[in-house]
Structures are given as C-alpha cells and as structure tokens.
Design a binder for this molecule. Structure first.
Ligand code: ZN
Ligand code: ZN
Length: 266
C-alpha cells in the first residue's frame, strides 16, 4: 500500500483526467490507499478541499498559502490563529501548507513570502500540525527561518534542492519527499541525495497534476502514479518494493499522525 503525500486533486489541469472521486478510485485500484490534497490558496480552495477530504475515506487535506500567493494572503489578513482554527475544526485537516519560499518564480515579493512562512510555522507550533514546505532557490532563507522559528515538524516536499539542504533539513528533523523528478533523466544529483536520506525520513508524492514520473512523463499526473516513483526509489536503493511502500506509508502516518486517527484499512 502506498500513500501519495502531496497532490492537488482540485487543480484545473487534473480535472481532464476525472473528478476527485474518480482519481481517488483509480489510485486505490493502483494500491495507493491514501492521499493528501494540498491547499495553495485558503480563500479560493480550502472549503472545497476539506469537502473532498471529508467525503472520502483515507483522503486528507492541508490548509495554507503557497509562497506564490503570499502577497494575496497577507492582503486578506489571514492570521496564524485563523489557520489553527481551520486545522482544529476538522479531523481531516492534518497539515499546514504548502508554505515556504520560492525565489525562482518570485510571484510574491520575498518579504511577503517570509512573513507568510513565519506565520505558518507559528500556526504549526500552536496546533501541532506538521508543515508542508515548498522551497526553491531560497535554501539559506528557508533554513534560517526554520531555525529562528523553533524547528517545526514537517516535510521538504518535492525535494529538488542541494545535498546541503537535504542534510540541513534532516538535521532539523524534517522528512524529505520525492516526486516524479526522481525518475527524470537529468536528475542524477537528486538520485544521489535520495541515497543519503534515512529510510525513516523519506516520503513519496506526485504533486499531481504536475511532474508525472517516467513512464508517464509529459502527461497530466495523478495520485495513482506515485507507484512509479516509489518503485523507482526502491530500485535505486536496492530495496524490495514492498519494503519501500511500507516504510513510506509508515513515515506518512508518523509525521501526519492526525491522519492515522481516521485511517480505515481498505
Ligand atoms: Zn510545491
Ligand atoms: Zn504542490
């Protein structure tokens, strides 16, 4: 059994493959028994994501604002307390994010991104929900803020950073999640990094509809495809594929322990 720890079930690009319920059914048929659908813009999509999670067994969601949308969020003045309330009001809201810093696109000014990131970290400490961290071209600031704000629990999602960041993240106690990028031809560096991550800190994800793994590369991605990334990881590490499925699932429930409370064996 696999878990897709990070996807966007409501994204406009994924709907061409099917409704959330159809994508969830397809995932189950592929032995992906659980998934977390991730929030990027609270006002726009949180209610919808919470509804999807509430309506389906073993589907959970997060609440938070993507660094791309940090400026909008700050304008809308969503507080850390608001985020905490959104976590505490539902059994199916089990994480905070995705939050972090993205200086590659810089869709929001870096000052807004940093303020938003700090706010999410404070919310995480206040309600004990782990963070889903997105970081791109912003490694030093990411690590500095995580340290300054008191080392929250969480995952560096869709890891594509340097080995230095991986080691710093592990030292901070974070998990590291690999997406389909791991299977891409040019991702030699990332494959080396995957080999230094302890087996009790690794997660897998699709980030669907983005980043479909080989052999689906170039197509719209969906949660069922996390099996390809997981199988690839097992081969890379010379491990039995069932062991990697078990370990990554166990890690998911260790980190996002609230999800375990509503897990239903299928
Ligand atoms: Zn992301
Ligand atoms: Zn994402």
């Amino acid at each position: 059994m696999w878990i897709d720890s990070h996807c966007h079930l409501n994204h406009e690009n994924i709907t061409e493959l099917g409704k959330p319920s159809e994508l969830i059914a397809q995932a189950r048929a592929a032995n992906v028994s659980g998934l977390m659908t991730i929030c990027c813009e609270i006002h726009k999509e949180f209610d919808e994501l919470k509804q999807i999670a509430t309506n389906h067994d073993n589907v959970w969601c997060s609440v938070g604002t993507h660094p791309h949308d940090a400026a909008v969020q700050n304008e809308q003045d969503i507080s850390a307390e608001d985020i905490v309330n959104m976590v505490n009001n539902s059994k199916k809201v089990v994480a905070i994010g995705e939050t972090g810093l993205d200086y590659y696109y810089n869709n929001s000014p870096s000052e807004d991104q940093k303020a938003s990131f700090r706010k999410h970290i404070r919310a995480s400490h206040a309600c004990n929900a782990p963070l889903v961290i997105h970081t791109r071209d912003a490694e030093d600031d990411t690590v500095t803020i995580l340290e300054e704000e008191g080392r929250p629990k969480g995952v560096l999602h869709c890891f594509s950073g340097t080995e230095k960041l991986a080691r710093q993240g592990l030292d901070l106690g974070l998990y590291i999640s690999f997406s389909g990028i791991l299977t891409f031809k040019k991702a030699e560096e990332l494959r080396k990094i995957a080999q230094i991550v302890p087996l009790d800190r690794v997660l897998v994800e699709t980030d669907a509809p983005f980043l479909a793994p080989v052999p689906k590369r170039g197509k719209v991605n969906e949660p069922a495809n996390v099996v390809h990334t997981g199988t690839f990881l097992a081969e890379l590490l010379n491990k039995d594929v069932n062991e990697i499925a078990e370990r990554t699932t166990e890690n998911f429930f260790t980190l996002f322990s609230k999800a375990k409370e509503t897990f239903k064996p299928l």
